[in-house]
Write a protein that binds this ligand. Sequence first.
Ligand code: GLN
Length: 471
Amino acid sequence: MSIKELQKQDKVKFLADTLDRIKEVEPKLHAFVTTLTAEDVKKDYRSESGMTKLSGIPVGIKDVLCTRNLRTTASAKMLDGFIPPYDATVVKKLKDAGAIIVGKNNCDAWAHGASTENSDYGVTPNPWDLTRVSGGSSGGSAAAVAAGEIPYSIGTDTGGSIRQPASFCGVVGLKPTYGRVSRYGLIAMASSLDCPGPITQTVEDAAIVLNTIAGKDEKDATTSDSPVPDYTKDLDKSLKGMKIGVPKEYFGLGLDKEVEEVFRNSLKVYEKLGVEIVDITLPHTEYGVAAYYIIMTAETSSNLGRYDGVKYGYNAKESKDLIDSYFKTRDEGFGDEAKRRIMLGTYVLSSGYYDAYYLKAAKVRRLIHDDFIKAFEKVDVILSPVAPTPAFKIGEKADPVSMYLADVFTAPVSLAGLPAVSIPAGFSKDKLPIGIQIIGPHFEESKILNVAHMFEKATENDEWRKNKVVV
Ligand code: GLN
């Protein structure tokens, strides 16, 4: 049930049903690292918050966001047993609004990945086909929402981690503008890219959740003080006369035929809504993945430097001395992917290679940003596929580079700090969901949500919407 529909329901009963549904589905889906009991959830419930649209409604939180007195692991062995003494700002805002946290969603360890296969706590399969991945890194969040375990979840997106799993699982995933939602209390991956945001069943729900979690935060200096509008206000605005840009560089780049077909069909839907489709160019697209994997790993290597086993988290036993303890702790506590990123990031920042890699990538990032800004002089929003293929098989992308290429359509948007939403737009012949991505100018979340909502409305009775998950 959506947040909207839940407004008129018996919430006490719904909470009990939610906990039952989680118990029933989890053995197959493993979308949570930690789940709460009915007893646990009561402890945090703030009845004094009055009635908000979120009060009494269950929510899942990706396990990279700190929750006070509740284990937060980033799905990494290094943080197994870490109990944060404070709430992330996003979590605090939800609790203040009366939301009920029912568990922590599985993800790739440290949010490194596009499939949840990197989780140190096991993979979350796709609820539409259990032999396939749910996407990542917020795969647990997207799978849990798609499977009806929870009405919504909070994910995080650094290079696609909200949008891609949303597309793979057939739900809505909103990556807000960088700085729109506070990163305080988020276990940092790449600090200049990380964005928390909602994963929901409907576009309207994404707007409702964003209303609660957006805004300036004294504890995160990169948050913007631009006012937070009511994101539900413009959802039904007519799209007549609007211009939607389609970047020519996005066709090629390994785009699957069925994904392209769903995308082309969505253009027809928009044309019927009175939108003008405009060809645009984003000339530096082909450098997006490379620039992202340099900048992101540079920041990641720095952020992961703090895990030494001394103050919190995993600590290797039987070390000879302090230095030995650092080495053993990091060797045993980090998985292969984290180590790969630490090595890459340390390399691109090292004195001999800084100019050739990091500095160059930073320049490319600016060019990619400028491509988008230029495009927005001609069009209101940009439409693109989310990922080049539908959900792939578990184990299919053993080569890390092939996994990284899954980010071609999402990473450039992250580098530019823009808001983008992924919405369900159709299915493959194998009954796998396929999404489309709507990208807007900075802080124009209202606009992309409007464009997304009108698509949802125009297609609400389409045959493909009747498909059902297998769990
Ligand atoms: N798939 C991308 C990566 O592995 C994005 C991850 C993310 O957004 N957290 O880096």
